[in-house]
Design a protein around this ligand. Structure first.
Ligand code: 0GY
Length: 314
């Protein structure tokens, strides 16, 4: 199926040239996720006319509303979402909060805040369902924020029982190591720290990430975004092979070593993809390749995210 690229961005915005829109009409996955599964990494974009994109953004997406996100959740068979503030909204969390308060308690959030955020604002975010903040170190997405500011924020949100989500690329882990290991909270890494999957899974780059998790029991990882990391792409080979097969050994290794500290998410609506837009049904079908047993699937999709985002229900 060819994917049309005609989704609008509303308000006075114009999409970034070459922007790929999220996939219309994803397939129903063959893999049936466990009852109560959580899509623990997804976003909303705008709609721009209602929730304007931030002036400091590095891209302008097509709109992707909470209604569209919740429809995808139903189609894939998930029960809940964790919505992560996207960089195109900067530290203006209104679209995120709007999605949370209209979720009937079925969504929690990860916000972006600045040092100047007041205690009252943090409390209001908590009441809306925010349980973490995201620190982003991917240079194409954000401008630099001094680490002392981030540490100050981490200490303040620690008091609320929140955690820190970190997004970085594998080559930057050595330089960021001291800062990450000084964080006082649970620390959740996006997309396994973006390993270069052309390198060996047994090589030094991924070994450093495994050491990071092994030596720091407060560090968790999302084993998400094969479509971002893969060089082999979505086409499965005949037989048992999976789509995005070059990512499987990396993600499976993390799931099997740290089964109680992994999360999975669709990453819908998939910002900044350049090559192809994934069919979200196909992404769900990737799960049993990286979490091959029902026990691992239950931990990855239900037990772990519930413990982190809905501990009161555990
Ligand atoms: C992701 C990845 C990306 C973007 C963002 O907030 C964002 O803009 O997270 C990316 O471009 O790699 O996790 O959604």
């Amino acid at each position: 199926m060819t994917q049309a690229n005609d989704k609008p961005t509303s308000g006075h915005f114009t999409k970034t040239p070459g922007w790929l829109d999220w996939f219309e009409g994803p397939s129903r996955p063959r893999f049936r996720v466990p009852v109560g599964s959580v899509d623990a990494h997804c976003h909303v974009f705008g709609p721009g006319a209602e929730f304007p994109y931030a002036p400091e953004r590095k891209y302008t997406p097509c709109d992707a509303s909470r209604q569209q996100l919740f429809a995808l959740r139903e189609l894939l068979g998930f029960a809940r979402n964790v919505i992560v503030q996207a960089t195109c909204h900067g530290a203006d969390n209104r679209a995120l909060v709007d999605a949370l308060v209209h979720s009937q308690g079925l969504a929690r959030g990860v916000a972006t805040v600045k040092r100047c955020v007041s205690d009252a604002e943090l409390q209001a975010l908590h009441e809306a369902g925010v349980r973490g903040v995201r620190f982003n170190f991917v240079k194409r997405l954000v401008d630099f924020t001094p680490k002392d500011e981030l540490l100050e924020i981490a200490n303040r949100i620690h008091a609320l029982g929140w955690h820190v989500v970190i997004y970085f690329e594998a080559v930057d882990l050595p330089e960021l190591w001291d800062f990450f290991t000084a964080l006082p909270t649970t620390v959740v890494v996006d997309h396994m720290g973006r390993p270069d999957v052309a390198l060996p899974v047994n090589g030094p780059q991924f070994a450093l990430f495994e050491k990071f998790m092994r030596e720091h029991p407060n560090v968790w990882s999302k084993v998400s975004c094969p479509e971002r990391l893969s060089l082999s792409g979505p086409k499965a080979l005949a037989g048992e092979q999976s789509a995005y097969r070059d990512v499987v050994p990396f993600a499976r290794r993390i799931v099997e070593q740290f089964p109680d500290r992994v999360l999975w998410g669709t990453d819908w609506p998939h910002p900044n993809l350049k090559d192809h837009m994934p069919d979200d049904g196909l992404l769900a079908d990737f799960i049993p390749h990286i979490a091959p047993t029902p026990e691992l699937q239950q931990k990855l999709l239900v037990t772990n995210p519930m413990k982190l985002y809905w501990p009161e229900e555990c």
